[in-house]
Design a protein around this ligand. Structure first.
Ligand code: ADP
Ligand code: ASP
Ligand code: MG
Length: 404
């Protein structure tokens, strides 16, 4: 049996007309002798709309009830898509994450997949050519519905492809693959035919939302190559795979922009051993994914500790930060939601000196003030004012000649 996994994102399934077109596309693969697992996202902006609905009731919803709410979006799409396949006489059945055997931990809204039981999907292939699976959701060990974080349908698809070792994993979206920058912000961005897991992971975790970062981690862990393709044309797309000698070596592979983070500062923290450990272990225990951290040098025995984390965690983050501040004797907590993080990513940076200096020079020449800096072997990120984020991205893209 030849099985392939495909995933179609929200904009690809935004209307019933688009759902019909994708059903026809899937039927062609069935006619070519394949069985397909088709993972689907919620239609268009459904997930955003569900979040907005909850905000009409409360700004501090129970995470369990949020998952109950958000998981409904994908269920609408899978049922409609199966119906569209039935209309074309293709044997198909839709399954929720639970029915498809996706078991997660209990961290609602950003659950991790702990196991996938293949039995149900494989059994359905005895009588169907297509198994349609709701993306973004699973079930935890206590039988509560969980969701996998925004953009999580990518993870559903990659994890299923890896668990069943399907022939390939194709992620269909509304652009021709991965580009050197978001083509909606940098029109000169160039298409990338092949990219390593490591570079894609850094780009994705720096804001290139074309792929969810955790789905890339999963692809790398199980060495499952991932194709990113355009739903509505036949261009070749981008192959994400393990780095090898045939891959083109470039210094900078791409630029990414993240606007969905906020900066929190604990002011005048007593400067003594154990304080940072206390602060960040408490944030970790609250499941807040801290990104960048900066600690100022100490004056009169106190120091400021700043960190960035996803804006969607801000209510929990502020509650936790205020509690910690009180306990450790820090008089004040500041928050700045108007920041942007701009990152340049490339394996080639490992062997080139002076990349950071050039990045900072370009930003200075464009009058962009840098607030925080962090570097890794293959990435340099800076925090800048939100209003300057796009300008910073465009000028870096041009200065590093990524359009050439
Ligand atoms: P889907 O609904 O299919 O999951 P997303 O909206 O999550 O689609 O991701 C696709 C979008 O990602 C594109 O429309 C594009 O604007 C954005 N994007 C950001 N960075 C990049 C990049 N480097 N390459 C391609 N697209 C990118
Ligand atoms: N519908 C979910 C979201 O909008 C999951 C996904 O589209 O991948 O985040
Ligand atoms: Mg997406």
């Amino acid at each position: 049996m030849k099985i392939i996994t495909q995933k179609y994102g929200g904009s690809s399934v935004a209307t019933t007309e688009k759902i019909r077109r994708i059903a026809e596309k899937v039927k062609k693969r069935v006619d070519g002798g394949y069985k397909l697992i088709v993972v689907l996202s919620a239609m268009g902006k459904t997930t955003d709309n569900l979040i907005a609905l909850s905000e009409e009731i409360t700004l501090k919803p129970s995470a369990r009830e949020m998952d109950m709410l958000l998981s409904t979006g994908e269920q609408v799409t899978i049922a409609l898509f199966s119906m569209a396949l039935h209309e074309l006489n293709v044997g198909a059945i839709s399954l929720t994450g639970h029915q498809a055997g996706i078991v997660t931990d209990t961290v609602h809204r950003k659950a991790k997949i702990v196991s996938i039981d293949n039995n149900r999907i494989m059994k359905e292939f005895e009588t169907n050519d297509v198994v349609v699976v709701a993306g973004f959701q699973g079930i935890d060990q206590e039988h509560n519905i969980s969701t996998l974080g925004r953009g999580g349908s990518d993870l559903s698809a990659v994890a299923i492809a890896a668990a069943l070792r399907t022939e390939c994993c194709e992620i269909y979206t509304d652009v021709d693959g991965v580009f050197t920058a978001d083509p909606r912000i940098v029109p000169a961005a160039k298409h990338i035919p092949e990219i390593s897991f490591d570079e894609m992971l850094e780009l994705a975790s720096s804001g290139a939302k074309v792929m969810q970062a955790r789905s890339i981690e999963c692809g790398k862990k199980y060495n499952m190559p991932i194709w990113v393709k355009n739903t509505f044309n036949d261009t070749t797309g981008t192959l994400i795979k393990e780095e090898d000698e045939t891959m083109e070596k470039v210094m900078i592979r791409g630029v990414a922009l993240e606007k969905k983070e906020a900066k929190v500062t604990l002011k005048s923290v007593p400067d003594k051993p154990g304080i940072a450990a206390e602060v960040f272990s408490r944030l970790g225990a609250g499941n807040i994914n801290v990104d960048m951290i900066v600690q100022n040098s100490s004056t009169d025995g106190t120091t400021d500790i700043s960190f960035t984390a996803p804006k969607e965690d801000l209510p929990v983050m502020m509650e936790t930060a205020n509690k910690i501040a009180k306990e450790i004797g820090a008089p004040k907590v500041d928050v700045n939601p108007s920041i942007a993080k701009v990152s340049i990513v490339g394996i080639g940076m490992r062997s080139h000196a002076g990349v950071a200096a050039k990045m900072f020079r370009v930003l200075a020449d464009n009058n962009v003030n840098i607030d925080m800096i962090s570097t890794s072997e293959i990435k340099i990120s800076v925090v800048v004012p939100e209003k300057d984020g796009e300008k910073a991205m465009q000028s870096l893209h041009a200065a590093f000649e990524l359009d050439k």
